[in-house]
Design a protein around this ligand. Sequence first.
Ligand SMILES: O=C(O)c1ccccc1NCC(=O)[C@H](O)[C@H](O)COP(=O)(O)O
Length: 205
Amino acid sequence: MSCRVKICGITNLEDALIACHHGADALGFVFYSKSPRYISPEAANAILDQLPPFIVPVALFVDAQRDFIDSVLVGSSRWIIQFHGNESDAECASYKRCFYKALRVKAGDDISSLVDDYPNAAAILLDAYKEGVPGGTGDVFDWSLIPSELSKPLVLAGGLSPENVQAAIERVSPYAVDVSGGVEQSKGIKSKKKVQRFIELVKTA
Ligand SMILES: O=C(O)c1ccccc1NCC(=O)[C@H](O)[C@H](O)COP(=O)(O)O
């Protein structure tokens, strides 16, 4: 099965269209104001209006207020949601949108049990844990901690890049891979060459 690719931390139309051109399956937009990849709801929805079909836009939140989440979602029916904080399954499901839950992996976590806490999630994203940094860490976590069988499709994240993504796919066989920092030229700005190379490597893995 071909692994799907999400390019996360999109902050401008040029990067969005380049990722689409090279075959990204999803684009992530970070609505977390402390991130250098933060984008406003207005700017993100303006980008969505320019996207071709067959691309999934992902709205990413970290324990955000309901009125803020609603202010993003109202801009397009195309949004799906990545909850990247401590949100409960019930809270996530209350938005009546397809969502998946990010879990930040620490040694000793019972990942299968954590996954079972989100019965309404369409998938689970596993990411690196870094104290005080909810995501976009650029860190790889120990992939051997990932159970061989999970009850939900797995999106693998955390420190992926063109240099390690094929090894990650070989080792983990995820449903999808997610990358932010590993395809950037600077915080919030993607490298055209790295985006193209990353997607090529995923699609030929
Ligand atoms: O990307 C961010 O800056 C970010 C900030 C706060 C919460 C989540 C964030 N990103 C979420 C993602 O899905 C990232 O793609 C994922 O954490 C992997 O990032 P990276 O290790 O830089 O590839």
